[in-house]
Write a protein that binds this ligand. Structure first.
Ligand code: 1GP
Length: 247
């Protein structure tokens, strides 16, 4: 089964999908593999690998190879640029930062990376990537014209544009390490117009309670990264998150 089909089936039959984000720049490949293994034991559905800075090349390849030694969960690239492509992943979020002011994050990196994706045979999953206040590092690196936190109608407009351009997934990103995720009001408004298209929410989710609020508001998938880097017991933290979002 392809990764997109796998994720969609979970979203439709089990409730909200949990995605574990690992930034290859934040630890050694062996430590990344430990996190992925512990996350799989806790019930995560897939492992996203990527980051805004220093997450490409040999460290990315080694991180993926080590993760794949320790878990059968699908690995999905979450690239910060064309340098974030690796043939060792199962799939890639082939994404465009629609609210960037810099064309390189909207189309140029995609053009440079597309032939690499084609040759490697990894599965592209098309995604509109929208960065909302406060936006964190990705907001700065991606030169995003941040969507104001309390303007869900602007997020809706971008999400509709992505949907009409043919993107299957929409990602509402508050920025890694944000104090709190995007609002439930924004999640609900965006999901309402997306219909069957899938909505991913990430940035600032640290507890089962917060994850549940995002899921109940309409998130089809949630992403957590920082809380796992900070956690002394990744498996139990994932169990807390997964229990809160599954039916
Ligand atoms: C970042 O949305 C992801 O791109 C995850 O954010 O690190 O805050 O979990 P956190």
């Amino acid at each position: 089964m392809q990764v997109e089909e796998y994720l969609d089936k979970i979203a439709e039959s089990e409730g909200t999908v949990h995605l574990t984000l690992i930034d290859p720049a934040s630890q050694t490949p062996d430590e990344a593999a430990d996190i992925a293994h512990a996350a799989a034991l806790g019930g995560t559905d897939a492992i996203m690998v990527g980051g805004s800075t220093g997450a490409g090349g040999a460290i990315l390849d080694q991180t993926l190879l080590k993760i794949k030694e320790r878990t059968d969960k699908p690995t999905i690239l979450f690239p910060g640029s064309a340098g974030g492509v690796s043939r060792y992943a199962d799939a890639i979020f082939f994404m465009s930062l629609l609210n960037s002011r810099d064309i390189s994050f909207i189309t140029t990196n995609q053009v440079m990376g597309a032939p690499v994706v084609y040759k490697s045979g990894i599965e592209p999953i098309s995604m509109a990537y929208l960065v909302v206040e406060p936006g964190g590092t990705v907001g700065w690196v991606g030169d995003a014209k941040l969507i104001p936190k309390h303007k869900p109608e602007l997020a809706v407009a971008y999400a509709l544009a992505g949907k009409y351009l043919g993107m299957h997934y929409t990602y509402l990103e508050a920025g890694s390490g944000a104090d709190e995720p995007v609002t439930a009001e924004m999640i609900g408004a965006v999901k309402h117009v997306l219909g069957d298209n899938k909505l991913i929410v990430g940035g600032g989710i640290r507890s089962g309670k917060t994850a549940k609020l995002c899921a109940q508001a309409g998130a089809d998938m949630i992403v957590t990264g920082t809380v796992l880097e900070e956690s002394s017991n990744v498996t139990s933290k994932i169990e807390e998150l997964v229990t809160a979002i599954k039916r």
